[in-house]
Write a protein that binds this ligand. Structure first.
Ligand SMILES: *Cc1c(COP(=O)(O)O)cnc(C)c1O
Length: 288
């Protein structure tokens, strides 16, 4: 936790530093994986999906190895001449890497393709991209049980698949507002995150999205975002990542400046980790 007051606004702001939870399985990925791994039969390989800089792949490779399970990573795109630092690390944790084309990758959740995968990798336990699905959501509920979080009026997180966000919404108390900042273009209502209506009406009522902070879309990180991340680090010592948490912190501070939060609000920002992804940047762009 990292506390600070915004006296001009009468706000109290804390950060739940999930980035400091574990050196490899950092942030929300640890929570999203727990129930998935518990459901896998002993001896079944764990199979999952991701891109070249996926936080989820490294986390899964490490967590599977730790439990004595083998793992398979289905990677988006042709095999590169040299592996990204992320894929190299996943491979070091014994993950078997299988590259598929982007067209094939787009089919990864289709029943026919999943059958094909089970034919190639019999008895594999398939974890959706990003550790989603109901086990990922229920695992994320535990984030709010790490410490007493009931005193906060607003809980804020980044949204990729929305799995973490849905877990937080389900675990929150009735009076709390859960605010998600989508890092992709085109996600602008809780319904977009919850297409199969897993949330109750009351739960949806306590959730809200802040679209407009995606900086051009998933993975985009224009210079103003990097400048902001460097400034945030200089001011608070908090490192953020270019895909998720940099955009989250930018959104929160922008909203504080615009007096979005009522006086005396108590904010809890979920730092969901992901710092390893910053290795995709050329060196010297970030001060940390
Ligand atoms: C994966 C990830 C997210 C997105 O989580 P979802 O549950 O997919 O919304 C947020 N922050 C970080 C650092 C991540 O690695």
């Amino acid at each position: 936790m990292h506390g600070s007051e915004w006296p001009a606004q009468g706000l109290h702001v804390d950060v739940l530093r999930l980035d400091q939870l574990h050196p490899v399985v950092s942030g929300n990925k640890w929570f999203k994986l727990q129930h998935h791994l518990a459901q896998a039969r002993p001896g079944s390989p764990i199979l999952t999906f991701g891109g070249a800089w996926s936080n989820h792949l490294v986390a899964t490779a490490f967590a599977a190895k730790e439990r004595g399970l083998s793992s398979i990573g289905i990677i988006r795109g042709e095999a590169p001449a040299t592996l990204s630092a992320t894929l190299h690390e996943a491979k070091n944790y014994n993950m078997q890497l299988e590259f598929i084309t982007r067209q094939q990758y787009a089919e990864k959740d289709q029943p026919a393709f999943q059958q094909q995968l089970l034919h190639w990798f019999p008895s594999a336990y398939i974890i959706p991209e990003g550790g989603g699905g109901l086990p990922g959501i229920t695992g994320s509920e535990d984030i709010l049980r790490l410490t007493d979080t009931t005193t906060y009026t607003h809980i804020l997180c980044a949204i990729g698949t929305g799995t973490t966000f849905m877990g937080l919404v389900r675990a929150a108390s009735p009076g709390q507002k859960i605010i998600g900042v989508p890092v992709l273009k085109g996600i602008d209502s809780p319904a977009a995150v919850d297409p199969s209506s897993l949330l109750t009406k009351q739960q949806t009522a306590r959730s809200q999205l802040l679209p407009g902070y995606h900086f051009g879309g998933y993975g985009r990180h224009p210079q103003p975002l990097l400048d902001f991340m460097n400034r945030l680090y200089a001011d608070t010592g908090i490192p953020t990542d270019i895909v998720y948490t940099g955009k989250l912190f930018y959104a929160v501070i922008d909203c504080i400046r615009k007096q979005f939060f009522p006086t005396h609000s108590r904010l809890l920002i979920i730092h969901s980790g992901g710092l390893q992804g910053n290795r995709s940047l050329s060196s010297g762009k970030l001060d940390f």
